[in-house]
Design a protein around this ligand. Structure first.
Ligand code: BGC
Length: 736
C-alpha cells in the first residue's frame, strides 16, 4: 500500500503542536501555515471544528493595526493565492480567502470526527520544515467501539506549484465498521468576515471535482481535485451550493488500512501565465496518475533541499536560536514567489488576514537582505513588483496633488494607497525612499547594474520628482513637514531624521546613477522616454544637497524629529503595569501622540541602515537615550535593537532582544501567529544573526564581504551560506 515516506522525526526540524486545545488551535493554524510561493494554506484540520462557522459575516472596520482586536474564533481557515484580491467596503482591496481544498470529513454511524468532541488519543501534529509537510496522527475511538488510527500528511508542491497533495491513512486497530468519508473543496469561507465571492461554479467529470470562484476583484480561481484510493471502492460525488466532495464508504476490520490520496490543482487569472485558468488547470492535473505521486513527492523534497542548502544557517551551541531561525527561514522561503513579479510578500506572510495581504516597507528593509544573499533572483523579483506598480504609485502621487510617484504605505497589487487609516496613509512616506535604498542594496550586492538602466531608473526619476514637490523651502533649507517616521507613535512630525536622510540618499543615488548612465551613453534615450529636463536635474540636486538632515559626525543624541525634546515625558513604570501587553493598550492614542514613547526603532533604524555615518560612541549614546523610551510595540523593533546592541558589544542585551524576536511568533502563550506570521520579524531574525551576532558588513556600503563577530558566549560556531556578487559561499564564524 503506497504512502508517502515520512522523514525520521527530528525535533530540530519540526515545529510541534503539543495537543489540540481550543484556545490555541487558531495560533497553530497560523504558525504551521504551509506554502510554496504560489499558494498558502493555514494549518486547519481537514475536518474543521464543528463549533466554528467559517462563513460567518461581520464588519471589519479600519482600525489602528497595532491595537486592533481581531475576531475571536477558535479556528480560522485560510487559503491564499498572492495576487488574488477583492474589493472590501471599508478596507479598499484585500487578499481573498479562497475555498479550503484540504477539506476531508469522516464519520462512523453518523458520529462525525471532530477534535472538540471525539474520543481522541495519542494526538501529535507537526510541521516538518525540511520539506514543508504537515503531519497529524491520532487514534479515534468511536462510540461504537471502532478504534481508528488516523495518519495525515499534506504538502503544497514546491516543484509543481499549482499542485497540493493530501494523504490520509486510516487503520482499524480494533473493532469493525463502515467509515464514511467526504473529501473535497469547501467554499464556506469569508475574508475578514466579508464575502468576496461573486459566483461559485461547481462541476465534476470523470477525473475530478472542482469549483470556479469568481471574486469581486473580477478575477477567477479554479480549484480541482482528484482522488485516489488504496483499493477500488464505489465513489460518488456530492455537491451543494458551497461545497463539492467525493464521498464513499469503506468497511474496515481490525488490522485493515485504507488510504485516500487527494491531488489538488489551483490556477487563477492572476498567474502571470498564458491561457485560461481552467484550461491550464486541466493541463496540470489531468495527467497526474496514482503512479506519479511518489515522484511528485521526491521532486518536491528536492526543491526544498535546494532551498535549505542556499539558506540554512547553523548555530552550534544554541539549538533554540537555530530552530527559530529555521522556522523564520521556512516562512520567508514559502512566502516568496520569485516567478511572479506582480506580487511581493505581505506583512503576515500569507498566513492570515490581519494586514489584508498588504505590502509594506517590511519587504525592502526587513526581508530583502535575506533574499539578496540567498536567492538574488527572488530579491530582483520583489523589486520588480515595485517597478510593476510604478504606474499605481504615480496615480497615488497625483491623488495627493504631487508630481512623480509616491509609493503607498500599504500596497496591494495596483500600487495605489490602500491604508485605511489616514495617519499612516498620509504621512508615512519614507517607504518611497526606502525602495531606492533596497534597489541599491540589491545592485551593490549582486553587481546587477543593468537593473538600474532597465528598470530602477524609472522608479528613481519618478520618486525624485515626488520628493521635489513634497518638500517645502524654509529658512534656506528643504524640509519635510507633517511626516510619520518609522516610529508610528508620532504621526505628524517635521523633519523626521530617518525620512529626510533616506530622501537625501535616494536623491543622491538617483543623480549618481544618472551620471553613470550618461557615461555609458544610455541616458539620452532614458531622458527622452521619461521627459527629464535639465531644470529637473538641477532641482533634484538642490533638494539632495539642501534637505535638512540634523546630524553630523560630531552629533551626540540625535532628535528623531524637530522638537522631539518638547514632547511629554512619561512614567512608563506607572503607565505600563503589564509588559506582556502592548504599551499602546494602556494609553489613549491622543496622549501617546504627544509623548516620548516610541513604537519602534527610528534613529536606531537609520543608524543600522547607514553604518558608515555613525561611530560606536554615537550609537551607544543614541541607544541609551532611545531604548528606554521605546515600547517595541511593533514587531519590527526588537531585531533592530538586537543588531545595534550587538554592534556596541552589549551581547547580553542583544541576546535578550533575540529572545523577544523568537517569542513574537513562537511563544505559545503570546499566540502571535494567530492572524499570520510576523514575516518582517522573520527577516529581522536573519539580520540579527547575520549582521548583529556574526557582524557581516552591508553589501550596500562595502564591496568585500567581512565579518566582525559579536557572538554570544554559548555560540561555538555559526555557519552561514551567503551569496555575494554572484558567488555562493559558506562562512564559518567561531569564537576564535
Ligand atoms: C509597524 C510598521 C510595519 C507594519 C507592518 C506596523 O505595526 O509599525 O513599521 O510596517 O506594522 O508590519
Amino acid at each position: 500500500m503506497f504512502t508517502f515516506e515520512r522523514n525520521e522525526r527530528d525535533l530540530k526540524h519540526c515545529i510541534y503542536d503539543p495537543g489540540f486545545n481550543e484556545d490555541s488551535a487558531k495560533y497553530y493554524e497560523g504558525l504551521l501555515t504551509q506554502g510554496n510561493g504560489y499558494m498558502h494554506v493555514r494549518a486547519s484540520f481537514e475536518e474543521g471544528l464543528k463549533s466554528v462557522k467559517q462563513d460567518e459575516e461581520y464588519d471589519r472596520k479600519p482600525a489602528n493595526v497595532t491595537l486592533e482586536k481581531h475576531k475571536k474564533q477558535a479556528s480560522k481557515w485560510g487559503t491564499y493565492i498572492p495576487g488574488v484580491v477583492g474589493a472590501h467596503p471599508y478596507l479598499f482591496t484585500e487578499i481573498v480567502n479562497l475555498p479550503f481544498f484540504m477539506a476531508a470529513n469522516f464519520s462512523v454511524k453518523g458520529e462525525e470526527l471532530d477534535m472538540e468532541k471525539s474520543n481522541i488519543a495519542g494526538y501529535e501534529r507537526y510541521l516538518d520544515l525540511r520539506d514543508a509537510t504537515l503531519v497529524r496522527n491520532f487514534v479515534w475511538t468511536t462510540k461504537d467501539g471502532l478504534k481508528l488510527k488516523m495518519e495525515y500528511l499534506r504538502f503544497l508542491s514546491l516543484s509543481q506549484k499549482h499542485l497540493a497533495f493530501s494523504e490520509i491513512k486510516i487503520t482499524a486497530l480494533s473493532g469493525e465498521g463502515d467509515l464514511y468519508f467526504e473529501s473535497g473543496i469547501d467554499a464556506r469561507v469569508r475574508t475578514n468576515g466579508f464575502n468576496h465571492f461573486e459566483y461559485l461554479i461547481f462541476s465534476h467529470d470523470d477525473d475530478s471535482v472542482g469549483v470556479r470562484v469568481g471574486t469581486n476583484g473580477k478575477k477567477s480561481v479554479v480549484m480541482r481535485a482528484k482522488l485516489f484510493t488504496s483499493e477500488p471502492i464505489d465513489i460518488a460525488t456530492k455537491q451543494d451550493k458551497s461545497r463539492i466532495d467525493y464521498v464513499g464508504v469503506k468497511h474496515l476490520k481490525k488490522g485493515e488500512s485504507f488510504v485516500l490520496h487527494k491531488v489538488i490543482c489551483a490556477t487563477s487569472d492572476c498567474d502571470n501565465e498564458e491561457g485560461d485558468a481552467l484550461e491550464r488547470n486541466r493541463e496540470y492535473l489531468s495527467g497526474i496518475k496514482f503512479s506519479d505521486l511518489e515522484e511528485a513527492f521526491i521532486s518536491h523534497k528536492k526543491a526544498w533541499l535546494q532551498k535549505w542548502i542556499d539558506s540554512e544557517i547553523l548555530i552550534e551551541g544554541d539549538e533554540r536560536a537555530e530552530k527559530a531561525l529555521r522556522f523564520s527561514t521556512y516562512h520567508l522561503l514559502r512566502s516568496d514567489n520569485e516567478e511572479n513579479e506582480n506580487v511581493a510578500i505581505c506583512a503576515k506572510g500569507y498566513a492570515g488576514e490581519a494586514y489584508c495581504g498588504r505590502y509594506f516597507w517590511d519587504t525592502e528593509i526587513n526581508m530583502l537582505p535575506f533574499f539578496i544573499h540567498t536567492n538574488p533572483k527572488a530579491a530582483k523579483s520583489l523589486l520588480m513588483f515595485r517597478y510593476n506598480t510604478l504606474e499605481g504609485a504615480k496615480r497615488n502621487a497625483l491623488a495627493y496633488g504631487y508630481k512623480g510617484a509616491r509609493y503607498p504605505w500599504e500596497s496591494s497589487v495596483s500600487g495605489e494607497e490602500e491604508c485605511a487609516c489616514w495617519q499612516y496613509a498620509d504621512h508615512e512616506i519614507h517607504v518611497t525612499a526606502d525602495i531606492i535604498y533596497a534597489v541599491m542594496h540589491y545592485v551593490k550586492a549582486t553587481g546587477d547594474y543593468e537593473f538600474i538602466k532597465n528598470y530602477a531608473i524609472d522608479i528613481m526619476v519618478e520618486t525624485a520628482r515626488y520628493w521635489c514637490d513634497r518638500v517645502d523651502y524654509k529658512n534656506g533649507e528643504y524640509v519635510l513637514l507633517s511626516v510619520m517616521g518609522p516610529d508610528e507613535y508620532l504621526p505628524m512630525t517635521n523633519n523626521n531624521v530617518y525620512t529626510n536622510n533616506m530622501v537625501r540618499f535616494a536623491l543622491k543615488t538617483t543623480l549618481s546613477c544618472i551620471d553613470k548612465l550618461k557615461e555609458e551613453g544610455s541616458w539620452d534615450e532614458i531622458k527622452d522616454r521619461l521627459h527629464v529636463t535639465q531644470e529637473e536635474l538641477w532641482e533634484f540636486s538642490k533638494v539632495a544637497n539642501g534637505i535638512k538632515v540634523s546630524f553630523d559626525k560630531e552629533s551626540h543624541v540625535i532628535m528623531q524629529c524637530d522638537g522631539f525634546e518638547d514632547f511629554a515625558d512619561l512614567d512608563f513604570d506607572k503607565l505600563w503595569p503589564d509588559r506582556s501587553k502592548c504599551f499602546g493598550t494602556f494609553i489613549s492614542q491622543e496622549k501617546n501622540y504627544r509623548s516620548k514613547a516610541l513604537k519602534q526603532a527610528d534613529i536606531l533604524e537609520m543608524m543600522m541602515l547607514f553604518p558608515k555615518e555613525f561611530s560606536k560612541s554615537q550609537i551607544e549614546e543614541n541607544y541609551d537615550y532611545y531604548e528606554p523610551i521605546t515600547t517595541h510595540d511593533s514587531s519590527l523593533s526588537a531585531a533592530v535593537h538586537g543588531i545595534m546592541a550587538a554592534k556596541i558589544g552589549r551581547i547580553d542585551e542583544a541576546e535578550a532582544f533575540l529572545q523577544r524576536v523568537i517569542d513574537i511568533d513562537l511563544d505559545p502563550d503570546k499566540k502571535g501567529a494567530e492572524e499570520g506570521i510576523h514575516i518582517a520579524n522573520c527577516g529581522g531574525l536573519w539580520q540579527l544573526v547575520v549582521y548583529g551576532f556574526a557582524g557581516m558588513n552591508s553589501a550596500l556600503w562595502e564591496d568585500e564581504i567581512k565579518f566582525t563577530p559579536n557572538l554570544p558566549k554559548n555560540w561555538q560556531k555559526v555557519i552561514i551560506p551567503i551569496t555575494w556578487h554572484g558567488v555562493k559561499k559558506r562562512y564559518v564564524i567561531s569564537q576564535d
